[in-house]
Design a protein around this ligand. Structure first.
Ligand code: SF4
Length: 456
């Protein structure tokens, strides 16, 4: 199944690809839908949030994201200051102007949080409605935010993936086993096969576009490394990446700098991105917002700390990571609401491990082994963000995911690619574990750390 590198890595806004970016895109889709239909008796817009979106939507900024989407905003061009201004105006006018110029009633109370009920197809469900003066529904559409900023209607969900058909790309691998077999038959690396698929799918200026994605990732590291203060949301989480960076910079060149400072750099880079995400800043889904720090941290680690590293390797790193992310998304899930954090930070760690192993000259078998090691050792990891905020454990967890990715890449690189458990088996195990996982541990903040923190 073909998922483009640009489907996996998308410019997004914090704090969540499924709970912020997805709802904004869904709202925007609904606006486009009703603008094309333009029913004459419609007067008011509304939205109902279900399942995980209802339980943790407040902490994830879902209501704000839906309102912004209904006002026509998009994640890739989102400007926080302009959004704040538009929301203040909305509070005064209680109305929004559609692209066709018609005014519809809309206010914060138009977004209804339906705790205790979920829609049948996926835990992240939303129903948008357009009603007439008597409150009767004129048009409605249901959308699911299925992780990583992917949004589908119920009908699209039933159809399954609608990416270009497998036959349209030269290497239509739908599993890691097929990927390895096609690599053996063609003599190409995973990145080279993914590159050929992207070009067949219409990917002009591929390297330039991938480097533009990397530039956004890198900027989120840089912003995070020089910003301190308290993160929003009321949990009073202090940003730590700047302090880590200051201490690590002071060690640079010192003879007694500990060897494990490389691990601290990884954590600082990953936490910098996730603090930016928690603050509502711009990040890249990798494959989600909650796990957005792992892959940038590992790429930066490679560029800054691996002797002989070259930025020219970055496109192949992200192509390799996207190949692994596509397999996980297609055969299991990258959504914390569906399979817990193993699907978010676990997937990101597997993708990063594969990327680094490729950059270090690993064979396809070693790259597959690196991804397998990283994912295997995240199996069963739950999603239990405290107060529904993508802060604790999420920020630190990205640092740990990056450290595991580097360890997995190194371990695989020291081996010959032979190993007991294939990556496909680990992906399937993750899917089954997620299916069996209690709902309390799937982005509802009803269990785990979210209920273990003593109230102060
Ligand atoms: S615990 Fe993991 S899956 Fe859950 S919100 Fe945090 S990063 Fe995302």
């Amino acid at each position: 199944m073909f998922l483009s590198v640009f489907d996996i890595f998308k410019i997004s806004i914090g704090p969540s690809s499924s709970h912020t970016m997805g709802p904004m895109l869904a709202a925007r889709r609904f606006i486009d839908l009703i603008s094309s239909i333009d029913p004459p008796d419609a007067v008011a817009l509304g939205c109902h949030l279900y399942g995980s979106l209802a339980y943790t939507g407040e902490g994830h900024g879902t209501i704000r994201a839906v309102l912004c989407g209904l006002m026509g905003m998009r994640p890739e061009s989102y400007d926080p200051e302009a959004a704040e201004e538009a929301l203040t105006q909305l509070d005064q006018s209680a109305a929004v102007s559609l692209p066709n110029g018609r005014l519809m009633a809309l206010s914060r109370s138009s977004i209804v949080v339906e705790k205790g009920s979920r829609l049948p197809v996926h835990p992240n469900g939303m129903m948008f409605v357009l009603s007439d003066e008597r409150g009767e529904v004129v048009v409605s559409e249901t959308y699911y935010s299925i992780g990583g900023g992917f949004v589908v209607t119920e009908a699209e969900m039933a159809l399954g993936p609608t990416m270009p058909a497998s036959a349209e790309v030269p290497f239509p691998f739908g599993s890691a086993a097929e990927m390895l077999a096609m690599g053996d038959a063609s003599g190409l690396s995973i990145a080279a096969m993914k590159r050929a698929n992207e070009i067949a799918g219409g990917g002009a200026d591929l390297d330039t576009r991938i480097m533009a994605i990397w530039a956004v990732m890198d900027r989120s590291i840089e912003r995070g490394l020089c910003t301190d203060g308290i993160l929003p949301g009321g949990l009073n989480v202090r940003r730590r990446a700047k302090g880590l960076n200051d201490k690590l910079q002071a060690q640079v060149g010192a003879n007694d700098a500990p060897l494990h400072s490389a691990i601290d750099w990884l954590s600082a880079y990953a936490m910098a991105v996730n603090e930016e995400n928690a603050a509502g800043g711009q990040v890249v889904t990798a494959p989600t917002n909650g796990a957005a720090g792992v892959i940038p941290a590992v790429v930066r680690y490679y560029l800054d700390l691996v002797p002989g590293a070259s930025p020219a390797a970055v496109p192949d790193m992200l192509l390799t990571a996207a190949a692994i992310g596509g397999l996980i998304k297609t055969n299991a899930s990258i959504s914390g609401a569906e399979v817990g954090c193993q699907g978010e930070v676990g997937s990101a760690s597997a993708m990063a491990a594969a990327a680094l192993c490729a950059a270090l000259g690993g064979t396809n078998a070693q790259i597959e082994n690196a991804a397998e090691i990283a994912l295997e050792h995240h199996l069963g990891m739950t999603c239990d963000p405290i107060r529904g905020l993508v802060q604790v454990p999420c920020i630190e967890r990205n640092g740990m995911g990056a450290v595991k990715a580097v360890a997995a890449a190194s371990l695989a690189g020291l081996g010959d690619g032979q190993h007991i458990v294939p990556l496909d088996a680990v992906i399937e195990t993750m899917r089954q574990t997620g299916r069996d996982m209690d709902e309390r541990y799937k982005e509802t903040s009803l269990g785990g750390l979210s209920v273990s923190l003593p109230e102060c």
